[in-house]
Unconditional design. Structure first.
Length: 229
């Protein structure tokens, strides 16, 4: 146990991920300038290493992006699993209540999944934006074990263990919109623009655009897991 009876996994969930200097520099540059505009020389200079050292670790620019995608997949899977294990802890319950998504008329509640993602994204915004934007088709090229673990964690969290990868990918697409919109907080709200539809104060409720979309995706995932005979 770590100070005050907190497990190592729970303690890790409250901290930002410490990337190695090369990946941290690549994430910053990809996020700020765009993947296409960044050169290997730029990453080497920003991370204060030689090009030779960089090439020994990552043989080309796609390798850097694949490393970021794999890191996100591995770390978010761990974070989500920790949230699911601690779902009845007061801290996690508070974060789910802050999201306040609720089941609503659609009958599904994305609060735990959303709370875990928002907690991770606000601590690791650059990694999250870059990895989600660059994951396709890199999910097939990076550490497949990390990707499989992420998908399994999402399935477990939403209770749809038999759903196909298609629905998990669509949920991750919604998360990319959230991660990008979190860059532009306004009036103390976590989201702006299209995600707060119908003048709904809670951007994740079943009256908001993003809330409706997430619930529909979860419903399809449930239906995919439990097909009718």
């Amino acid at each position: 146990m770590v100070g005050g009876g907190t497990s190592p996994a729970a303690a890790a969930s409250t901290q930002a991920i410490k990337l190695d200097p090369i990946l941290a520099a690549a994430a910053e540059l990809f996020d700020r300038l765009g993947y296409e505009k960044v050169r290997i020389e730029d990453v080497a200079r920003r991370s204060h290493v030689s090009k030779n050292t960089l090439y020994k670790r990552y043989d080309h620019k796609p390798g850097l992006l694949a490393g970021l995608v794999a890191t996100f997949a591995r770390e978010f899977a761990l974070h989500l699993a920790t949230f699911a294990e601690r779902r009845h802890d007061p801290e996690v319950e508070r974060k789910c209540a802050d999201v306040g998504a609720g089941g609503g008329r659609c009958g599904v509640d994305p609060s735990l999944l959303l709370a875990a993602f928002l907690d991770f994204c606000t601590r690791n915004p650059t990694l999250t934006r870059v990895a989600l934007a660059g994951r396709d088709p890199l999910f097939a090229r990076c550490d497949r074990k990390a990707v499989d673990a992420l998908f399994a964690s999402i399935r477990h969290c939403i209770g749809a263990r038999g759903c196909s990868d298609v629905w998990i990918e669509q949920i991750l697409n919604v998360f990319l919109f959230i991660a990008r919109d979190l860059q532009r907080p306004k009036d103390g709200r976590p989201l702006t623009g299209w995600a707060r539809a119908f003048d709904e104060p809670n951007p994740y409720s079943d009256r908001s655009a993003i809330g409706i979309l997430l619930r529909l995706l979860l419903l399809r995932a449930f239906q995919d897991s439990n097909p009718r005979p």
